[in-house]
Design a protein around this ligand. Sequence first.
Ligand SMILES: C[S@@+](CC[C@H](N)C(=O)[O-])C[C@H]1O[C@@H](n2cnc3c(N)ncnc32)[C@H](O)[C@@H]1O
Length: 451
Amino acid sequence: MQMPTSIAFLLLSTLLLSFTFHASGLTLIQLPRNKRTLTFRSGQQLIYRNSLSSASLPPTLKTGDICLLKTFPDPHGQYDDIGIGVYNEESMYAIRILAHHNSELYKTLEGGELTDEEIVYSIFSRKLRAAQSSRLSLGLPSPSTDSYRLLNGEGDGLSGLSLDVYGPTLTVAMSSAAYVEIHKETIMRCLKDVLECEDVVWKRTENRLMQDGFVGEEEEEVVVERKEQNIILENGIKYYIQPVGSQKTGFYTDQRSNRELVSGLAEGKTVLDLCCFVGAFSLNAAVNGGAKKCTGVDSSKDAVAAAQKNAELNGVDNCEFIAMGIEAYMKDAISRGLEYDIVILDPPKLAPTVKSLERASRKYHALNRDALKLVNKKSGGVLMTCTCSSAMSTMNGGQYFLNTIQRASLAAGREITLHGRSHAAACHSTSPLEGSSNYLTAALIGVAAEE
Ligand SMILES: C[S@@+](CC[C@H](N)C(=O)[O-])C[C@H]1O[C@@H](n2cnc3c(N)ncnc32)[C@H](O)[C@@H]1O
């Protein structure tokens, strides 16, 4: 039986072109010419391992190696450029594309004889500058906000790294990919050169790094030239910030626009801020919104102590902060007949995976039911209810979360309406192709007065 010419050609080219190196010195990986490869050419950044089943993979290739990506040639010897990527031996993301074929960056790097470090430096410095100018176009930094997400992983074309800036001198880097750890020295140099920041705190997202096959021996955080205390500014409000040893980066920059939304509703109102962390929703309502009184509740004693200090820093005396589980607080408040005009509910990630959705939904149901019971019965009011679980935010286009709240309203015996849904602040950019990275939802719920 004779083999069709096209298949014979493909096999021959696979054999001939496997394990080759491009003139640039970069390891060349070739992918089959098919529909999936087209998505990588058109902007997709993550190449799953199963897409590489018939790709040419040099046996010497190891995690962190920079590689040049092209298709196999067609019968006329023509191939298509895909981009420059970084390889991982263990992760389900076998290759993360760092520069696509149609970018100026790719054109500059493809031909040059550069080391992996030089390429990483060029890519990171170019993308950092691009992220800076995109934040400038969002008006960041501004006289009222000097703390925001400067770089958001795939949203800024650098899968595996996020950066928050806290004022002009402090940057917190969060790494979630093995290659970022492997090239850390180069990336650090780049951060210092481009951002001209004095202090960098390096944090690891351990679970994601483990999935990427990276188990570090160092401490979780590496601090470079750390200052004792920093004061940052967001929406005109000051906060003490201590990223080392704190939750996440020490401040949640993703809720900035939702805090603004709440402050616009707060004039003369009473506010309950559930899971208040360092008090940012309360302070926005009190300082910018003119709220009558704010009560913040959080189970972390450190966070509550920080919230109190932040209230003093802003000269506010109508905010109280209570260190307590919100479940117990709400039960007690309901039994005492306490009511609030505005309730904010911003719990931690309760559904880390799609598998855990059902269990998490029961928890969201109970929390929202009790939060709704605490909204002013005589005049009605609003509940801003949040989820920072990607699975919850994206399941059925977010409808799953809203259904849970609707069921909670029935259990609470309150009539509700949805005024709107918002997400993370604009500086938390996402790739248009990765819509599911919209992990945060804040639903603004109107709660009717009881007749
Ligand atoms: C997503 S953060 C809240 C961020 C905050 N709303 C802000 O705007 O910065 C979740 C917070 O919930 C707190 N937390 C976790 N479980 C809790 C519980 N059962 N009761 C009260 N607070 C809790 C954590 O300490 C953390 O501060």
